[in-house]
Design a protein around this ligand. Sequence first.
Ligand code: 5RP
Length: 257
Amino acid sequence: MDWGMKNRMSRLIKPEDGRAVWLAVDHGYFLGPLSKLEEPAQTIKPLLPYTDALMLTRGVLRNCVDAGLDIPVILRVSGGNSIVGPALSNEAIQTSVEEAIRLNASAVAFSIYIGTEHEHQTLIALGNLVSEAERYGIPVLAVTAVGKELQKRDARYLGLCCRIAAELGARMVKTYYCEDFERVVKSCPVPLVVAGGPKLKTKMDALRLAHAAVNEGARGVDMGRNIWQADNAVGVIKAIRKIVHDNASVKEAAKLL
Ligand code: 5RP
């Protein structure tokens, strides 16, 4: 691995413990101004001190984040779909690698939609993105997206998606936690992080998810709604950090809520 790639990867996944807490605020690229992310600057600012990296689009980065930011950026470069459009899976590259370099991104993120009519399109685009990003030492984070079909989140399907993403060259994969998650981790040769998914019933559920995921082999979380849609977002992210970086139990971490 070249120095630039190694350096970017080590800014994203902390070398001290091999773990990561990333804050995902990229949702607007297909969901528009969803609840608690209507004004991204206000949502993001208080959470930054507890975040190892920020996942977002170029529009929110340029307009809602201070350029003095000293944490790495994971730039969402896929899109072209919307929640009211005909197919959520119809994504392609909407931000170039050149733009990612201009924005000093530490990684680029791309969603793949396996098992949908756009499987081929998103997989070929992932492969092409990897080929280009690797030229500049930029890691690609593949996101195993399920669109509206949340029931797809089982070990067989996610294991398939994560493995294919890694085979096509993604340096890291973002997926969902599921029953038998260890199986997904075992068959994926690159680091995995988990999304939180739609808001769970309680904050404790979000902590349990993070705890189970890292204990079963995830490197950490790339979490959005379960952090910033919570009534005490700062408390939640602090508690998740404690679980991911300090191996805290759910009970211990919950004291930070
Ligand atoms: C969808 C995405 C998201 O927009 C987001 O990053 C997911 O985060 P969360 O599920 O924790 O809100 O990647 O595929």
